[in-house]
Design a protein around this ligand. Structure first.
Ligand SMILES: NC(=O)c1ccc[n+]([C@@H]2O[C@H](COP(=O)([O-])OP(=O)(O)OC[C@H]3O[C@@H](n4cnc5c(N)ncnc54)[C@H](O)[C@@H]3O)[C@@H](O)[C@H]2O)c1
Length: 346
């Protein structure tokens, strides 16, 4: 079936396995780069995530974690698509045999308003997050970067290193995880996939001692990467907004960049402070940020890396436009591959 010959209430359901088969790191990275450009050029309408806090995030953590359900809506005019990610996040869910994060992306045609697809949003989130980390590294890491340390060998560890491999000629990966089995599985899988040696470190400090890029992608509730361990010339990709990275990296490194001020100020000095991410009120402010990707580094109004010995860090908490634009890409890829399952909802 093509986009045009379906009945109005038919939508394409694309499963996690299908997303993982259809969406390559290269195509995802290109879509993420385009999305930052569209956001910077004002061609995207998006709100910040609507956060529905199930539990009092400022109180003690309940047995299965502070629950939050979130909506991430965005309209991407150049794609003629809108989408919303509907996300549930309960950090301690694995203790009852459920994933910590689960998400669905609903994709809509903006010309007609018709729903088009329901896509597994967890795999899209994993891929776009690796993508935006790589975009940060494009502007801030040394162009000759060849070695990456991955702290936290889960889903994001995998997508981060695969996305970075699209931009840099990687020759070494160093992995660290508090779960030895997770590090071993990561090393075997990524070593095979990228054809590079993956060493397993016995501490975060030793993992980051001699690498060009550090990815911190853990579920740790407190900092595991300390500022004084990061060597001159290193770039840090931080996925959790200083929950697992020492906030001194923001002020003592030469450059701290965010993805897009419109999204990231929410968790730095806005309503998400103390609730999502690790920052508490007054820890950091907009004045500590060097630049954002969407409106400064990408358009070139501020330079990215300027010296080989600069220490740099990029944090971005994920804007709805990224989920929408990548989910729309998955829909197009699924149509082209005749993949997915059509269902009739009305
Ligand atoms: N910025 C964004 O837009 C964005 C998007 C998605 C996920 N995230 C964040 O990325 C993080 C990783 O997500 P994921 O899906 O890969 O999770 P995951 O559960 O697949 O992997 C996390 C890994 O971190 C490891 N870990 C936990 N504590 C550690 C420690 N102290 N030191 C080293 N390793 C440790 C775990 O053992 C696990 O292997 C989460 O905190 C998540 O909230 C951010």
């Amino acid at each position: 079936m093509t986009d045009r010959d379906r009945a109005p209430g038919e939508i394409l359901v694309v499963s996690r396995q299908e997303v993982e088969e259809l969406l390559t790191p290269a195509e995802c990275l290109n879509r993420v780069l385009d999305t930052f450009r569209w956001v910077g050029a004002g061609e995207v309408e998006q709100t910040n995530p609507v956060n529905l806090y199930v539990h009092d995030r400022l109180g003690p953590e309940p047995e299965f974690g502070h629950g939050v359900v979130q909506a991430f809506p965005a309209m991407i005019r150049p794609l003629e698509r809108a989408a919303v990610k509907w996300l549930g996040s309960y950090r301690q869910n694995p203790r009852r045999g459920l994933p910590a994060i689960s998400a669905l992306d609903l994709v809509t045609d903006i010309e007609t308003g018709m729903p088009l697809a329901l896509v597994d949003g967890t795999s899209v989130t994993n891929m776009r997050t690796g993508g935006h980390a790589a975009v940060g590294a494009k502007y801030l890491a040394r162009p000759d970067s060849g070695s990456v340390a991955v702290i936290g060998c889960g889903n994001e560890g995998r997508t981060h290193v695969r996305a970075l491999n699209e931009l840099f000629s990687l020759s070494t990966v160093v992995a660290f995880d508090t779960q030895q089995g997770a590090a071993e599985r990561f090393a075997a899988e990524i070593g095979d996939l990228l054809g590079v040696p993956v060493a397993i470190a016995d501490s975060v400090e030793s993992a980051v001692a001699d690498v060009d890029i550090v990815c911190v992608v853990t579920t740790a509730p407190q900092p595991v990467l300390m500022e004084e361990w990061v060597q001159p010339g290193t770039h840090v990709c931080a996925a959790t907004g200083f929950r697992d990275v020492d906030k001194a990296c923001a002020t003592r490194f030469e450059k701290w960049a965010v993805g897009w001020y419109g999204r990231d100020l929410e968790w730095i000095e806005g309503p998400e402070v103390g609730r999502l991410g690790g920052l508490q009120p007054g820890d950091l402010s907009a004045a500590d940020i060097y630049a954002d990707i969407a409106t400064e580094l990408m358009p070139g109004t501020k330079p990215g890396r300027e010296a080989a010995d600069e220490r740099t860090i990029m944090t971005h908490m994920g804007m709805p436009a990224l989920d929408a634009a990548v989910a729309a890409l998955v829909y197009d890829l699924a149509l082209a591959a005749n993949a997915g399952t059509w269902i009739t909802v009305f």
